[in-house]
Write a protein that binds this ligand. Structure first.
Ligand code: OGA
Ligand code: FE
Length: 292
């Protein structure tokens, strides 16, 4: 299909009938050194990152055509039909005051948890001239761009430590219940035609595929997983996600077996993006949920 021959609307219509696409995802090649990424401009003489990329073409299924719906505790991701009261996602205080409670309610109903604490969010606006396979870091006051590196936002260790960071050390010590960390991702600029987000079925990953990596922030160092490529990985996305939909995906679960624990994800360059498609804008909120 040659997308350039079609006017905008025709391409959109044709693309919805397509059940999968082949696109490049940004895997990594593990090396001896512990991998790191800077989330801000590194000190003079230090590189932004220290590992080799392994960009692979993979098949990404359009989960809208899947025969069975995926779920947060099995495949690790779930699409929710849940519109937001918010119209303006560019005011931080409003997001915290009005959007966080919506996310907390969604996270509880999707996971079955009793309590939810939204602790962070990120608004992204894809930048036209920045590589889609980049790490998606923000640049001095400019929103973050899309993140094309396959990653999971927490590792076994940073997921475990997050409880005390969110609840405070004393409360965390008292809590012996199962908890999870989930992301809630939503378009804030209409149907996503440009640089959608792909998610990897949590059941298709092996612990050996997960590589601990540092994310260096000005005040602290976080730990995430980057991914080593495996042909077993099963990738999906939801075509043309719109503002009234939210994708929830699991980033950590304190329960170590029988449930999805890590759901790697990455933005990708969709082969049928119309040339005049608006650049993707999205918000992702991170939420810790407790089950009892
Ligand atoms: C996320 C994430 C990347 C993107 O939501 O955790 O990594 O490009 N998103 O939206
Ligand atoms: Fe992420």
């Amino acid at each position: 299909m040659n997308t350039h021959l079609y006017p905008h609307n025709t391409v959109v219509a044709a693309a919805t009938a397509i059940t999968s696409v082949d696109a490049v995802l940004g895997y990594m090649q593990p090396t001896e050194a512990r991998p790191y990424n800077y989330a801000y401009e590194p000190p003079a003489g230090i590189a932004w990152e220290n590992y080799a990329h392994d960009n692979r073409e993979v098949r990404i299924l359009d989960a809208r055509h899947a025969t069975a719906q995926s779920s947060i505790h099995h495949e690790g991701f779930e699409l929710l039909d849940a519109s937001s009261e918010l119209r303006d996602f560019y005011d931080r205080d409003t997001i915290i005051r009005r959007y966080y409670p919506e996310v907390a309610a969604l996270a509880c109903s999707a996971t079955g948890a009793k309590q939810a604490f939204v602790f962070d969010h990120l608004v992204r606006k894809r930048e036209a001239d920045r590589s889609k396979l980049g790490f998606g870091r923000s640049n001095k006051g400019i929103p973050a761009t899309a993140n094309g590196r396959v990653h999971n936002d927490y590792s076994e260790e940073s997921g475990r430590k997050r409880l005390a960071l969110v609840l405070g050390v004393k409360t965390a010590e008292l809590n012996r219940n199962r908890y999870s960390i989930v992301n809630v991702w939503r378009s804030i600029n209409g149907p996503v035609l440009d640089t959608p987000l792909a998610v990897c079925n949590a059941r298709s990953i092996d612990v050996a595929d997960l590589v601990c990596a540092e994310v260096r922030y000005p005040q602290r160092v976080g730990e995430i997983y980057l991914l080593r490529h495996s042909p077993r990985h099963c990738w999906s996305y939801f075509s043309q996600m719109n503002n009234h939909e939210a994708l929830i995906f699991k980033q950590y679960d304190s329960q170590v077996s029988g449930v999805a624990r890590f759901t790697p994800h990455a933005a990708f360059d969709h082969p049928y993006t119309p040339p005049d498609a608006p650049l993707r804008e999205s918000i992702e909120a991170r939420c810790l949920v407790i089950y009892e």
